[in-house]
Design a binder for this molecule. Structure first.
Ligand SMILES: [Zn+2]
Length: 133
């Protein structure tokens, strides 16, 4: 029931499935690292960057803003496929075409980072207060 409702209710005019937004060009797969803004998400994926001096590769990340249609509504930690389309805003020229799965490694890392952030911040505040006094 919910699926059919969502399909009927998709009123996002920038949806490649239910409306006339055409996709073309390149396709990538990445993880959503933020989806707070309405109909917008940030996608990140890894690439290799070759360092000639050391004859080895370095990990680098590509980060872009993508359009997040109503019917897909991808959230933080989702692995998605994105395809280029016409420019939808100043920073968006890609649209999410499908959800592929969950990036468990990313979610686990996020949790650990959050746990680590809580304690050191409090200590730093106390130190600063002591210095000013
Ligand atoms: Zn749609």
């Amino acid at each position: 029931m919910t699926k059919t409702k969502q399909e009927k209710q998709c009123q996002d005019s920038h949806c490649p499935k239910h409306h006339s937004l055409r996709t073309h060009g390149r396709t990538f797969r990445g993880t959503i690292i933020e989806s707070k803004a309405a109909k917008t998400a940030t996608v990140q994926w890894q690439r290799k960057y070759f360092l000639p001096k050391f004859e080895r590769y370095e990990r680098r990340f590509t980060r872009i803003h993508v359009h997040n249609p109503d019917c897909i509504d991808a959230k933080k930690g989702d692995i998605v496929e994105i395809t280029s389309c016409r420019k939808l805003s100043k920073t968006k020229s890609f649209v999410i075409t499908q959800k592929i799965g969950l990036d468990y490694a990313f979610l686990a890392r996020e949790e650990l980072l959050q746990q680590a952030e809580v304690q050191p911040k409090e200590e730093k505040v106390e130190e600063k207060n002591n210095e000013s006094n």
